[in-house]
Design a protein around this ligand. Structure first.
Ligand code: UD2
Ligand code: MN
Length: 566
């Protein structure tokens, strides 16, 4: 008995040791592999080195350069270097380095905004994420937030370094914060692995303690009075997610430019899954200075109640890299009971770059994959249009598991995408709803109307091409209930009484009015001519011609509603 007891004791001890070692392993593993934050703790010996870099850099700043948001220029060699930098980084980095980090900007708001009193005590955590952004640009973003936000409304600024490889963004930035931004409530975390902007924002959000979180790209400048109307609106309506008017900071001269103080646009989307700017539809809304409904948001700059952010499903954590998260969040907010609004009295500048100055790991099309995820979860049957652009992603395992997001949707009892379209974005054109006819538009020779790969924001000829054996968006046209022969945003219009161009739809223009006859002609009443493929080479634009009832003027649509014929 005794012996047995002794042996048991030994086994216990051994077990304990094993468990202890296991725990140790887990701890070491977590420490090494998680994306735990590493706060900064500068080795003192580096301090002198950092000062030796920062001192001369600060001494070279040119006073009043870019003051009031005016366009700024450098001379001689630096001007040339600036041009090169613009080509390389889509940003004049040389100019930014010479410009004061706390430059003054004009107040871009509508003057009436200045009369509003916002009495809000809410505190915001401003979250700024970055990957290899220019140090001076990041610092200008931070300074603008500090200088333009009332002390009582700013809880903290959290910087999230998405594992940048640029050395300046490690020690030097930390050093700047400890020395130049002491007591300014600025915190920084350096992620150990690159997580992409969506998960980087989530990491920041997890540390936030303010009532409200405001996300900013790392190349922004906040202007006077930017934060108060955002906070005041959230105080009044916790489920309102808000975007400021996003002004343009020009990448070459860093000029702060606006569309004036009365006109601005809100967010829309294209069926290919891209964010677009759209005009406000409601005339009364156009004149309002109070928050205005926005169907979607651009994604980089927005304010949200912290608790509401988590309750409504934060972000889709399986979204990688860049892109798509903004439409996902926009649809989710509207469909699940929130509101998305643009606040015209809050304005923030953003440097719009012509290309991404960074690369993505593994060259993945993260925008496409992320959008496929949101299409599956939020767009119901309407996802058909997106997948016409991206057929390769429809059933592709790269899109990943969607169970959690679908569960979220049912848990929150979110409304359908149809509801969203009908109630929030009724002006959005649905290519196969409320139209006379849609699909491929064919000649008897198996040639089809084709947009000839016209970019979404451009105008160009209505082309002719070999019909594809599958439904491609480039050959998908609709004859709308208004008699437009159109794609998403462009309508066929007759120019110089012969040529047919795809140009922005106007809704009322007679030049964009077509009638489809039972005999297969597509008639243009204004010119009294018919759409014709006669003598048109493949890859060229079709024309209108005297109506002759020939085979060249015969067209068929894949789908026709009975009401189509006049
Ligand atoms: C727009 C948004 C951006 C984001 C994106 C879609 C605006 C003004 N900007 O593109 O915020 O919603 O659409 O996803 O609405 N970054 C990382 N890790 C990365 C890549 C980028 O932290 O792997 C940072 C980057 O440094 C920047 C921010 O994410 O601060 C947004 O990136 P961007 O400025 O290149 O995106 P943008 O403005 O073209
Ligand atoms: Mn940006």
């Amino acid at each position: 008995m005794l012996l047995k007891y002794g042996r048991l004791k030994k086994i216990h001890i051994k077990l304990l040791i094993v468990v202890f070692i296991l725990i140790l392993y887990v701890l070491v593993y977590l420490k090494l592999f998680n994306n735990d934050i590493s706060g900064f703790n500068l080795p003192l010996k580096f301090e002198n080195e950092f000062e030796a870099i920062l001192g001369p850099y600060e001494a070279k700043i040119i006073e009043k350069l870019g003051n009031n948001g005016e366009p700024a220029y450098l001379w001689g060699d630096e001007a040339l270097e600036g041009e090169k930098a613009l080509k390389k980084f889509a940003l004049n980095t040389i100019l930014s380095d010479r410009m004061p980090l706390d430059r003054k900007l004009k107040d871009p708001r509508n003057t009436k905004c200045k009369d509003f009193q916002y009495d809000t005590k809410l505190k915001a955590t401003v979250i700024i994420i970055f990957y290899n952004e220019l140090l001076s640009v990041i610092l200008r973003t931070i300074w603008s937030v500090i200088l333009q936000s009332p002390e009582q409304n700013l809880q903290e600024i959290i910087l999230v370094d998405d594992s940048s490889t640029d050395e300046n963004l490690k020690g030097l930035l930390d050093y700047y914060i400890t020395t130049r931004l002491k007591d300014k409530k600025v915190k920084i975390i350096h992620l150990k692995n690159r997580l992409g902007l969506i998960r980087a924002r989530l990491q920041g959000a997890r540390l936030a303690t303010g009532d409200v979180m405001i996300f900013l790209d790392a190349h922004c400048e906040a202007t006077k009075g930017w934060i108060e109307p955002l906070l005041a609106r959230i105080e009044e309506e916790k489920s309102a997610v808000l975007v400021p008017i996003i002004d343009v900071i020009e990448a070459n001269t860093l000029a702060y430019s606006t569309n004036g103080d009365t006109t601005y646009q809100v967010g829309g989307f294209s069926w290919s899954g891209h964010f677009t700017w759209i005009n406000i539809q409601d005339e009364a809304d156009k004149k309002k200075l109070t928050p205005v409904k926005s169907p979607t948001m651009a994604g980089g700059l927005f304010a949200i109640d912290r608790k509401f952010f988590w309750n409504i499903g934060s972000y889709d954590e399986q979204m990688d890299g860049w892109g798509g998260e903004n439409l996902e969040m926009s649809f989710r907010i509207w469909q699940c009971g929130g509101r998305l609004e643009t606040v015209p009295c809050s304005r923030v500048g953003h440097i719009f770059r012509d290309f991404h100055p960074y690369t993505f790991p593994n060259n993945k099309d993260t925008h496409g994959i992320n959008t496929a995820r949101l299409a599956h979860v939020w767009m119901d049957d309407y996802k058909r249009f997106f997948f016409m652009y991206q057929p390769g992603l429809e059933n592709n395992p790269v899109v990943g598991d969607l169970t959690h997001r679908k569960q979220l949707r049912s848990k929150l009892r979110c409304k359908s995408f149809k509801w969203y379209l009908e109630n929030i974005y009724p002006e959005k054109f649905v290519p196969d709803e409320n139209v006379y006819a849609y699909g491929q538009v064919k000649t008897p020779f198996e040639l089809c109307l084709d947009d000839l790969q016209l970019p979404e924001d451009k105008i160009g000829p209505l082309g002719l091409y070999n019909c594809h054996p599958y439904t491609a968006m480039s050959q998908f046209f609709s004859l709308s209930s208004k008699g437009e022969l159109r794609k998403e945003n462009v309508c066929a219009e007759v120019f110089s009484s012969k040529m047919v161009q795809l140009t922005e739809c106007h809704g009322h223009k007679r030049d964009q009015y077509w009638v489809f006859h039972k005999n297969g002609t597509i008639y243009h009443p204004t010119s009294k001519k018919c759409l014709s493929s006669e003598n048109i080479d493949i890859g060229k634009g079709v024309v209108v011609d005297k109506c002759k009832n020939t085979v060249y003027q015969k067209w068929t649509f894949t789908n026709i509603n009975a009401t189509a014929y006049n």
